[in-house]
Design a protein. Structure first.
Length: 201
């Protein structure tokens, strides 16, 4: 399990790393700037989604094998470790597999950045900025999207089942009532979750 966790952590920065590809827009011709921006945006959002889902899945897996308090504390540090990995890749041009090819030079660079923050303000600023951004993204996904993806999937799957299995004319009215009931349940869930969130504040 520990080996799997280390390998996962080494490759995790590659997902949000796509955010830094916006730097390539400076090389785009003016007539292609809109298309290139759209494509990079799609890739960046996809990378963020993979990052969030991957962290969520690994979080649940770690809960089964490690102390939950330790896991939750580790999740506080994780976004900053990932953003530091993004810096190593974007600015210093290190790759995930360089830990096997050039471990000594890689660790030397990492040690230099950590022990001399004043001389490496760019690295620290990059790490803190993107770390906070990744924490914000994960919070948005966890608080909003993860809650509603499940209930929406439930609603859509049930509506599909109803539409597929009630083709007789005499069941049309019943079908409408069932669909209305499903959306009522969803709206009640939404209202309840919103009231919980307000109470937290």
């Amino acid at each position: 399990m520990c080996f799997l966790l280390i390998v996962w952590l080494l490759f995790l920065p590659n997902a949000p790393y796509l955010l830094t590809d916006f730097i390539h827009l400076r090389l785009s011709p003016l007539e292609w700037i809109g298309f290139d921006s759209l494509m990079i945006s799609i890739f960046a959002i996809t990378g963020l989604a993979f990052y969030v889902v991957s962290v969520q899945e690994m979080k649940q897996l770690c809960f089964k094998h490690f102390n939950q308090k330790i896991v939750l504390k580790s999740l506080i540090i994780l976004p900053f470790a990932v953003s530091f990995g993004m810096y190593l890749g974007r600015v210093l041009r290190w790759n995930s597999w360089d830990i096997l090819h050039n471990p000594f030079i890689l660790f030397t660079d990492v040690f230099e950045i950590i022990t001399n923050p004043i001389d490496n303000l760019e690295a620290w600023a990059f790490t803190i900025f993107f770390g906070l951004f990744l924490k914000l993204v994960y919070w948005i996904y966890e608080e909003f999207l993860f809650r509603f993806i499940g209930i929406w999937s439930f609603c859509i799957s049930n509506i599909y089942f109803i539409l597929r299995n009630t083709n007789k004319p005499q069941l049309q009215f019943m079908r409408s009532k069932q669909i209305a009931l499903i959306f009522l349940v969803f709206n009640l869930y939404f209202s309840y979750s919103q009231s919980d969130r307000i109470d937290e504040f």
